[in-house]
Design a protein around this ligand. Structure first.
Ligand code: FMN
Length: 206
């Protein structure tokens, strides 16, 4: 277990970094750790709705930047992670059946899971939106675990979906790309954090 005051320090260290020092690179070991934190993120029914495109290539970042509101994070970060939602795959029986089968539980329980899942996704208003929500959970792990090892991040939703997905070769009948997380090292001091007080946002029911 970690010390709470140290964890709070990490939470305060994490901020939406607007400008990275492009000369400072993330080590392979650190990047692997960050990606591992994404891999281990929870997802609805354990379907791991995501895949990650880690863009280190500066030319590709430059192509993307104009479609991302020209945000400086895109080209100054070291690694730009595009989190892709696999909405078609998670609604494909061969995929979700295998995901339940890997649990190693008995055949009846597996079938029960599969049935419950099929019924669940059948009534969802949008499987795409549901899959995208899971991507934000992985993004949260990426940002918080990066902060734990002194790496800065910025979540980025400010981009033209259609154009970015086209550049990344994402077939929107199968997948979508709801957000990037840019990673690197800050150049400027972070701005003060503004948050509503806990008593305004929490209700404890005993
Ligand atoms: C899903 C999501 C998308 C965001 N998109 C952008 C973005 O495109 N550009 C940006 O500079 N900040 C973006 N932000 C950062 C927020 O503005 C920031 O997290 C918020 O103002 C709180 O500040 P802090 O993260 O520094 O504590 C995004 C945050 C989230 C969670």
């Amino acid at each position: 277990m970690q010390d709470i005051s140290q964890l709070l320090e990490v939470l305060h260290f994490r901020h939406a970094c607007k400008l990275f020092d492009n000369d400072k690179k993330i080590s392979k070991e650190n990047l692997n750790f960050i990606l591992e934190s994404a891999r281990l993120a929870p997802s609805s029914f354990g379907m791991e709705h995501w895949r990650f495109i880690v863009i280190k290539n500066q030319e590709l970042k430059k192509i993307l930047k104009p479609f991302c509101w020209d945000q400086a994070q895109i080209t100054t970060c070291d690694a730009l992670i595009a989190i892709v939602a696999k909405h078609k795959l998670v609604s494909t029986p061969s995929y979700y059946e295998a995901m339940f089968a890997r649990k190693g539980i008995d055949a009846d329980a597996t079938q029960a899971y599969i049935k419950k899942y099929a019924n669940y996704i059948h009534v969802l208003p949008s499987i795409k939106a549901w899959s995208e929500k899971q991507c934000y959970i992985a993004a949260s792990n990426i940002m918080n675990y990066s902060a734990m090892i002194g790496i800065d991040s910025c979540p980025i939703e400010g981009f033209e979906r259609e154009n970015v997905e086209k550049v990344l070769g994402i077939d929107d009948s199968k997948e979508s790309m709801p957000l990037f997380v840019a990673l690197g090292y800050r150049t400027n001091l972070q701005t003060p954090k503004h948050r509503l007080p806990l008593d305004e946002i929490v209700e404890i029911v005993e």
